[in-house]
Design a protein around this ligand. Structure first.
Ligand SMILES: O=C(O)CCC(=O)C(=O)O
Ligand SMILES: [Fe+2]
Length: 618
């Protein structure tokens, strides 16, 4: 449903929305400054450097010593050459070029089918957004894996022009022959065994193709009138193959200077990422806001939220800013030893799937401290929060919605999302250093919530006449606890914009500390939305994986910001989640399948536009 990414490239963070859906405007004469290159080790941009020809090698002559020596010299000095005599007909090469151009000239609606995903290069688009201050290339690309065949992602392959796929494969097969000739000749020119490089690239050597398309550029280029295209086939070694110094070239005089690496493509990418591993004010960042806002988060005083934040009609009805205030049940955890409270719990979970917990044993002053700390963090200047920015393709850290799909509706919300338990899965580089006691308080709070979890799990099991440890065991030793600190800036369009769209949490249990003053949370029950009233020191508990998964949302508020802190408790990834044995019998047969790694399963469903519970129905 939403796994395609909006005209990803020129899309970027950097262009106004109209252009996002249309690609780089080929007639504009004012490229945004995000495309301007910076000074670098490679010197300034210079539009007409001298035309020093790179070497030309005739592949059909490589059986001669002269041509072989030319090749060796070309590769050791330049590392590249122009190949002639390669045996591919000129008319076929022209056909490939024409076909590529035909594709890029299609209207955007047609190319849309090939849009790459947000976090992946495969498909049509331009630069993946990776880092703050990234300089964008003035280029659209279509990048496709062609070999090995079983790694083709045909959903990204153009259906138009008609013979695109066929031509692509034929061309790549031709290039494979060229590859073999060049790799063999190179080995020979170095007095190595002929198959040396072929073997190093392995049987499963991949071949990707990248079509580049550069729209004309009025200001900078001399050929301001013409667009330009090119086609690159990228040949990579088998992922499993170790790449390193060739044995035959290493000896006592020339010892090894480099290490061997596996999966070089990934290694290369990781190196690149290290330069720029933080993602620009990721959220409110998105594609949708003008650049100044990208670096400052949602402007808390703006009076014109962009329309990408406007909610659409959904199965959960229209926006209604003041639904009835039907109180969700209140359960006193300190009273769960009594039958009455236990029955109240059972009923709350089977009808609402959530309740407000009082008597939970956590002091009001400590809860206030947690809320204050969260607020202090969000009120820090953006430069300080920058250290916690999440990466483009990952929720962990500070930011807002990950950009996932075309037409995605964004939440009016900044978040800080952190894994707290198990301890060895903490990514401390995303943890705030300010306020000073943030980390400590966070851990203490989560440990408190873990005790609350245990009490609720045990009581729930008891209320269903199950063994007390049933749910605790089901969640496994390695049950994870993540914390999500939400912060909703005031929003002038409460009629159109939500703080959080309708959803049910992917976690097994969510424990939520609401804002003490500003309301906003709503729960969907019996086909209508109910507002959840504020009980200042209660914890809202949603038991998603246990009985009923409440669908909830958060509205926005025009005058006040609002904060909340959610702890998400998930089962051990390895643990199978499914119907509880003790509840299944002949009269009530199993209705659902078991799944492993429910969190991932939930996410996959979301991506496909499926409700998880429907996907596990037997
Ligand atoms: O802000 C709230 O009250 C709810 C937050 C929420 O639903 C979530 O973080 O999943
Ligand atoms: Fe939620």
């Amino acid at each position: 449903m939403s796994n395609k990414f909006i005209a990803p490239t020129m899309a970027g963070l950097v262009l106004p929305h109209e252009e996002v859906s249309q690609g780089i405007d080929m007639n504009r004469d004012d490229p945004p400054k995000e495309f301007f290159v910076k000074e670098s080790a490679f010197g300034a941009v210079d539009s007409s450097p001298p035309l020093i020809p790179i070497p030309v090698i005739d592949l059909s002559m490589l059986s001669t010593e002269t041509e072989l020596e030319k090749l060796r010299s070309a590769l050791s000095t330049w590392g590249c050459f122009q190949a002639i005599g390669h045996g591919i007909s000129s008319s076929f090469l022209d056909k490939v070029r024409e076909m590529a151009k035909d594709f890029f000239l299609l209207p955007m609606e047609e190319k849309e089918n090939c849009f790459r995903e947000a976090y992946n290069n495969e498909g049509f688009g331009s630069d993946v957004i990776l880092s703050k201050g990234q300089v964008f290339d003035w280029c659209n690309r279509l990048s496709l894996m062609v070999f090995p065949e079983n790694q083709r992602k045909v959903n990204f392959w153009p259906e138009n022009p008609k013979d695109f796929g066929e031509t692509l494969i034929e061309y790549t097969m031709n290039i494979r022959s060229v590859r073999d000739v060049v790799l063999k000749a190179t080995a020979k020119s170095l007095n190595l065994e002929e198959d040396m490089f072929l073997k190093q690239f392995g049987e499963k050597s991949t071949m990707r193709i990248r079509f580049n398309f550069y729209p004309p550029f009025h200001r900078v280029t001399t050929n301001a009138e013409h667009m330009r295209g090119s086609v690159a086939v990228l040949i990579e070694p088998d992922i499993e193959e170790e790449i390193g110094p060739v044995e035959g070239l290493v000896n006592e005089e020339r010892p090894k200077m480099y290490k061997t690496v596996k999966n070089y493509g990934h290694f290369n990418y990781t190196c690149f990422q290290k330069e720029s591993s933080k993602f620009i004010a990721p959220t409110m960042a998105g594609l949708v806001l003008p650049h100044e806002e990208v670096s400052q988060g949602i402007d808390m005083n703006r009076d014109d939220p962009p329309k990408e934040f406007f909610v659409k009609e959904s199965a959960f009805g229209a926006m209604d800013s003041s639904p009835p205030l039907i109180p969700i049940p209140v359960i006193d955890l300190s009273m769960l030893s009594t039958e009455t409270e236990l029955e109240k719990l059972r009923s709350a979970l089977s009808t609402w799937g959530c309740f407000q917990a009082i008597g939970h044993g956590i002091s009001s002053s400590f809860l206030d401290k947690v809320r204050e700390m969260a607020k202090d963090f969000f009120l820090l200047p953006m430069e300080e929060k920058e250290n916690c920015f999440r990466e483009a393709y990952n929720n962990e850290g500070f930011g807002s919605d990950v950009v996932l799909s075309k037409g995605q509706v964004f939440d009016w919300c900044n978040r800080l999302f952190l894994m707290v338990f198990p301890e060895n899965q903490r990514k401390v580089n995303f943890w705030p250093e300010n306020p000073k006691d943030f980390g400590e308080t966070l851990i203490e709070y989560t440990m408190n919530i873990r005790s609350v979890r245990d009490v609720v799990f045990k009581a729930t099991a008891k209320s269903l006449n199950l063994e007390e440890d049933m749910f605790l065991k089901h969640f496994g030793e390695k049950s994870t606890m993540r914390i999500r600190v939400n912060f909703y800036p005031p929003c002038p369009r409460t009629d159109k914009v939500l703080g959080l769209k309708p959803h049910s949490d992917r976690s097994g249990v969510t424990v939520l500390l609401q804002d003490k003053e500003v309301e906003g949370l709503q729960v969907f029950k019996d086909n209508q939305w109910s507002r959840v009233p504020i009980i200042p020191h209660a914890l809202i508990i949603m038991t998603n994986g246990v009985m009923k998964s409440p669908v909830h949302r958060v509205t926005t508020n025009a005058e006040h910001m609002r904060g909340s802190v959610a702890v998400l408790i998930e089962p051990d990834i390895e643990e199978e989640i499914g119907p509880v044995e003790g509840l299944v019998n002949e009269e009530r047969p199993k209705m659902y399948k078991t799944v492993k790694n429910y969190g991932h399963f939930n996410y996959t469903c979301f991506q496909k536009g499926i409700v998880p519970i429907d996907a596990v129905k037997l």
